[in-house]
Design a protein around this ligand. Sequence first.
Ligand SMILES: NC(=O)C1=CN([C@@H]2O[C@H](COP(=O)(O)OP(=O)(O)OC[C@H]3O[C@@H](n4cnc5c(N)ncnc54)[C@H](O)[C@@H]3O)[C@@H](O)[C@H]2O)C=CC1
Ligand SMILES: O=C(O)[C@@H]1CCC=N1
Length: 273
Amino acid sequence: MAGNSMGPLLLVGCGKMGGAMLDGWRARGLTGAGVAIVEPSADPRFAALDGVAVHAAPDGLAADFRPGVVVLAVKPQSMDAVLPHYRRFAGPDTVFLSIAAGKTIAYFEQALGPAAIVRSMPNTPAAVGQGMTVAVPNGAVSPAQRQACDGLLAAVGDVAWVEDEGLIDAVTAVSGGGPAYVFLLIECLAEAGREAGLPADLSMRLARTTVAGSGALVQASTDPAATLRRNVTSPNGTTQEALAVLMAEEGGLQPLMTRAIAAATRRSRELAG
Ligand SMILES: NC(=O)C1=CN([C@@H]2O[C@H](COP(=O)(O)OP(=O)(O)OC[C@H]3O[C@@H](n4cnc5c(N)ncnc54)[C@H](O)[C@@H]3O)[C@@H](O)[C@H]2O)C=CC1
Ligand SMILES: O=C(O)[C@@H]1CCC=N1
C-alpha cells in the first residue's frame, strides 16, 4: 500500500478514529508486518488483528524499532502525556502525522523538538474508504514524507492539502464532525416519520436508506447539491412545503448550521491549549 514506503507505521491510539483508519488501511492491503500499534485498551477486537503487534504501552516496542510514520490518534487531552514517549523518534527519517482536533503544529514542535509534522483532520467514513482529510505540513516534512502521509490518507478517502493551518479549525467543524451531523439528520428524520405515524423500524429504514442513497447520488453526480435538491422539489408539491420550513431565514437549517459550525470551530481553537 502506498504510504507504507517510508518504513513501518506506528499507530498511537486505536480508538474510534485510529481504528477506522486502520480498518481502511488493512482493507487496502496494509499487512501486519508494516504496522505496530500502541493502545492500552484491552478491547478483544485487538486479538483479532492477526499479525499486527499491539502493545499496551510504548515500552513494548522493540529497542531498534524505527517507524517511518507515527500516527498520533489519541484524544487531544492525552497528548501531553503521550508525546514524551515518542520524542526519541523525532528526526529526518520519521514523520509524525497527527489527527488530533485542535493541537497545532507549534504545539507538536514544542513537545517533540525539531520534527517533521503533518497536522491532519480525517473523519470516520475512512473506515469504508470514503473519508475526507485535510492536511497541513510543517517546514521539516520532506516531499517523500508528504507523499507517504498523502498515501496513507488517500488510502481511506479524499485528501486536500492546505498551506494555511488556520483553516484546520473550520475543517474540523465541517468534515471532522460532519458525519455526526448527518447521523443526527437520520435520527431526526426517523423520529419525525414516527411522529407522522410510521412504525419506528420502517421510519428508521426510510431515513437510513434515504441518506445513504442521497450520499451515493451526490457522489455519482456532477450537478451541484442545489440542483439535486431542486430535482426533488416539484412546484407546489410536498417537498416545497417541507423546504419552506427548513430554508426559513429565521429558524431554518442554514442559520442553525452556521451556529453549530461556529461553535465547533471555536472549540477546536480552545483545544490548542
Ligand atoms: N472520532 C472522530 O470522528 C474523529 C476524531 N479525531 C481525533 O482523533 C483522536 C482520537 O479520537 P477518537 O478516536 O474519537 O477517540 P477514542 O477515545 O475512541 O480513541 C483514543 C484511543 O487512544 C487510546 N489511548 C489512550 N491513552 C493512550 C496512550 N497513552 N497511548 C496510546 N493510546 C492511548 C484509548 O484507549 C483510545 O482507544 C482525537 O484526537 C480526535 O480529536 C479526528 C477526526 C474525527
Ligand atoms: O469531536 C471531536 O472533537 C472530534 C474531532 C472531529 C470529530 N471528532
